[in-house]
Design a binder for this molecule. Structure first.
Ligand code: BMP
Length: 222
């Protein structure tokens, strides 16, 4: 697998043209909280009308009781295929309820297993076995694992097995090279600024795809 999902985060610019340019070139779009709060949840529907293919993910980074996570999710659930929540809140009364709600609407749950920033070492690396216990019990469609720390992504793949989708941010602006997370076991790499801030996002996305292809060939997964 050689997936590429583009992260749209900035509330300060319209992404309609970029979505049209990247439609068919990438495998999906991840809509961040600043974008959804700044423009309103309905902006997800507006953007999606510009590209009716690929996976559309609302990155709400939910971390609350189930009741409140469902209320938040209900604002975008009609416009996206998947929603991201944090893993550390646990299953009972939280992620379990959210998963049931999403599945009743034909949507997918993606859970953060670990993160890409340096500070993830302070807490996430210590908590990872516990978070993975919760994820294993929950059985979400996908998990988030860091491209910047590929050994963590590999250990998440080994622990959760081949069926869960792994989406991996940290490529480009945060320092990981395209294809590194795919070689470590991820299914999709999430790329924001490297593509979105480029003067020519379509060429930047095509260059990422080519770099992913070469890297995958060299690690023997291509
Ligand atoms: P960029 O490629 O511009 O660094 O963007 C990365 C994207 O991935 C952002 O939308 C961010 O919210 C998300 N992300 C991350 O960077 N690290 C994580 O551990 C989890 C994320 O969702």
């Amino acid at each position: 697998p050689m997936g590429l999902i583009v992260a749209l985060d900035s509330p300060d610019r319209g992404f309609e043209g970029l979505v049209e340019d990247l439609c068919g070139v990438v495998d999906g779009f991840k809509l961040g909280l600043p974008l959804l709060m700044g423009r309103g949840p309905g902006y997800a529907a507006e953007l999606r009308s510009r590209c009716r293919e690929g996976i559309w993910i609302a990155d709400l980074k939910l971390a609350d009781i189930g009741h409140v996570m469902k209320l938040t999710t209900s604002l975008v659930v009609d416009h996206v295929d998947a929603v991201i929540a944090h893993g550390f809140v646990g299953v009972k009364g939280a992620l379990g309820e959210l998963k049931e709600f999403l599945e009743s609407r034909g949507r997918k749950l993606i859970v953060v297993a670990s993160m890409s920033h340096p500070g993830a070492e302070e807490v996430y690396d210590k908590a990872l076995p516990l978070i993975l216990d919760a994820i294993e019990e929950l059985g979400p469609w996908g998990v988030v694992a860091p491209a910047t720390r590929p050994h963590v992504t590999t250990s998440i793949r080994e622990r959760l097995g081949p069926r869960v989708a792994i989406v991996s941010p940290g490529v480009g602006a945060q320092g990981a090279e395209p294809g590194a997370a795919l070689c470590a076991g991820a299914d999709y790499e999430i790329v924001g600024r490297l593509i979105v801030s480029s003067p020519d996002p379509r060429s930047a996305a095509l260059a990422v795809r080519e770099a992913q292809r070469r890297r995958l060939a060299s690690c023997g997964r291509g």
